[in-house]
Write a protein that binds this ligand. Structure first.
Ligand code: FNR
Length: 387
């Protein structure tokens, strides 16, 4: 099939770009300001060399691990992404089903377009809900109760979004919710009929998990920026993390932590892990690449907590590098969205197959037959690592 011709993430990205109207593709692909962190997140991996062992029996490679206390076939999970229905009509369920088939954890975004109860009902795999601490703490508490009731295994609290990042590609394209029909976007929609017809005739551009609370949404289209500005609480602090950890009392990772100090404080506040992340370069431009923070963060939190490297993973070998530096696992956003846009659930399937093959092949070539044996000696930062 067409998808079989995709050999890597880059190929799937190009397929997604051909298939999606430009404003929609740019919403996935873009980052904040000058997109320095966006580029750096991926480029930073190339600064690390993999140091192989030879003549080690690699006939059987052990890759199983646990993330958020849930078994995972290999150390990868799927990050939360909002508005997924804009990229393909089968939306979050297509991604979750593909993840489950591959034995991987799926995370549903608060800004997702599938109700968490519907996702939980349709999908038996391990799942995490991405939560925010909203101005209305009652809304957050309501999410905690709903997630517990629906059987979610973990929460990821996103903390890098006190205000929306400055995504200039979205400003140029006029992306709004639901998609606004400007002359420019109409032209782009008309040129991509395979996306546009199902998407524009369906009426489900709905933030399914929060729409019941957001009156403004009922009164017509509003820009994403307005929406986010209205809901996010810039006064959130560590006390709120302590409160959430007590309320939830199950696996909780703080998503968006960048420093060893904040990682330590996350664990001291009751979290069971951290996701080192700059939101895929969509928030604070100039923030360091997550991979460069792994070693210091692991050092600060000790062996037990989950340390998840989120951002810039485009090859299975990137996951090997992150693990050698001390990560429990990696998490991906755009790669699976490219797969979804390129071909729905089979597209996500293709992406996960490719990354898994790359991961196992890299371990084999590096002479590592058990991910537990990966350590700092397998990776080295090049002395002149130019970014
Ligand atoms: C995101 N991300 C994100 N994060 C989050 O906590 N809540 C959300 O609703 C979203 N929405 C979202 C939409 C889109 C289109 C993208 C690309 C990303 C960030 C996401 O969870 C993750 O941190 C990054 O995508 C990781 O970087 P890579 O894998 O895209 O390089």
């Amino acid at each position: 099939t067409r998808l079989q011709r995709a050999n890597n993430v880059a190929d799937l990205r190009l397929m997604a770009r051909r298939r999606l109207p430009r404003p929609i593709f740019d919403y996935i692909d873009g980052g904040a300001d000058d997109e320095v962190s966006l580029r750096r997140n991926a480029d930073a991996f190339t600064d690390y060399e993999l140091i192989p062992d030879v003549l080690n029996d690699v006939s059987d490679i052990r890759t199983e691990t646990s993330i958020f206390g849930q078994p995972s076939r290999w150390p990868l999970m799927l990050s939360p992404t909002g508005l997924t229905r804009m990229f393909h009509g089968h939306a979050e369920l297509a991604v979750a089903h593909a993840a489950a088939r591959h034995g991987l954890l799926y995370s549903l975004s608060t800004m997702g377009t599938t109700r968490l109860e519907d996702l939980a009902q349709a999908f038996g795999g391990p799942k995490v809900f991405q939560i925010y601490i909203f101005k209305d703490r009652g809304l957050t508490a309501e999410f905690v109760a709903r997630c517990r009731e629906a059987g979610f295994h973990g929460l990821a609290l996103t903390v890098d979004t006190p205000v929306a990042g400055n995504r200039e590609r979205d400003r140029v394209s006029g992306l709004s919710l639901p998609p606004k029909l400007t002359l420019r976007s109409m032209l782009s929609f008309a040129l991509h009929p395979s996306w546009s017809l199902p998407a524009l005739t369906g009426s489900k551009f709905d933030l399914a998990n929060v729409s019941h609370k957001i009156d403004a949404l009922a009164s017509g289209p509003m820009s994403l920026f307005d929406y986010i500005g209205a809901q996010f609480d810039r006064s959130v602090g560590w006390r709120d993390v302590e409160w959430l950890a007590r309320e939830w009392n199950a696996p909780l990772s703080i998503k968006g932590v960048m420093t060893p100090e904040d990682a330590r404080r996350s664990i001291d506040s009751g979290a069971t892990g951290v996701m080192i992340s700059n939101h895929g370069g969509r928030q604070l431009d100039g923030a360091p690449a997550p991979v460069d923070q792994i070693a210091a963060v692991r050092d600060a939190v000790g062996d037990a907590p989950d340390v998840i490297c989120d951002g810039g993973i485009r090859r299975g070998s990137d996951v090997v590098k992150a693990l050698a530096l001390g990560a429990t696992a990696c998490s991906i956003g755009r790669p699976y969205l490219y797969g979804l846009a390129a071909g729905g659930e089979p597209g996500v399937d293709r992406l996960l197959t490719l990354l898994h093959e790359e991961f196992v092949r890299t371990l084999t070539l590096a002479g590592v037959n058990d991910i537990a044996a990966l350590s700092a000696r397998h990776v080295r930062r090049r002395a002149n690592g130019a970014g």
